[in-house]
Design a protein around this ligand. Sequence first.
Ligand SMILES: C[S@@+](CC[C@H](N)C(=O)[O-])C[C@H]1O[C@@H](n2cnc3c(N)ncnc32)[C@H](O)[C@@H]1O
Length: 206
Amino acid sequence: MSRVNILGLGPGSKSYILPITSALIAQSQVIIGAKRNLASLDFETQEQIELNSNLSEIKEYIIQHKEAKRIAVVVSGDTGFYSLLNYLKSFLTPAEINVVPGISSLQYLYARLGLSYNNAHFTSLHGRNNDFLTLIKKYESVGILTDQKSTPAAIARVLYDNNLQDIYVHVGERLSYPDEKITRLTVSEALSYTTEKINVVVIAKE
Ligand SMILES: C[S@@+](CC[C@H](N)C(=O)[O-])C[C@H]1O[C@@H](n2cnc3c(N)ncnc32)[C@H](O)[C@@H]1O
């Protein structure tokens, strides 16, 4: 039985894709992934299916073809951190999947900042709410996945309104791509920081 490969691609640049992941992609017949993730890959003969709001169609496709075709689902960053893994596990058994991790966007930003995450907490405000204020009081730093609503400025507003100003807001945009941008801001500076680009935030005392 061929298993569905669920592969973390890392932050985006091809150079951060693990060799084992490239090998599994080369052996696959069908690659399913969001547009940005498919764009990180070199295709040969594989069929590509773009993932957008078509989750139920993707589910049906995988259920129908998982025995006959070698399928890979590619996700950004790490598979274990706010990826499609849990959704795929809602209809695939552990024996039907092979999960290969990738470098998370937050893991990458911590490395670029030269920070360890021994006493950090990683969370997500991407399409959800999380009480990062409580976390920042408890941990040395907090790494946050953002979205167009929970922007660096919106995060800074919560810090500012709660008198948490003795802290830095690091914004990592388009990490690992040629136009990557990493900016260290005070909370006051971050209040007016705007970006249209995909980003993560690290709130840290240094
Ligand atoms: C659905 S989550 C996936 C997180 C992923 N599993 C990980 O480990 O990084 C998507 C969010 O990841 C972050 N992200 C992923 N790739 C990024 C990159 N190259 N640069 C900045 N942020 C990125 C953004 O906050 C984006 O909204």
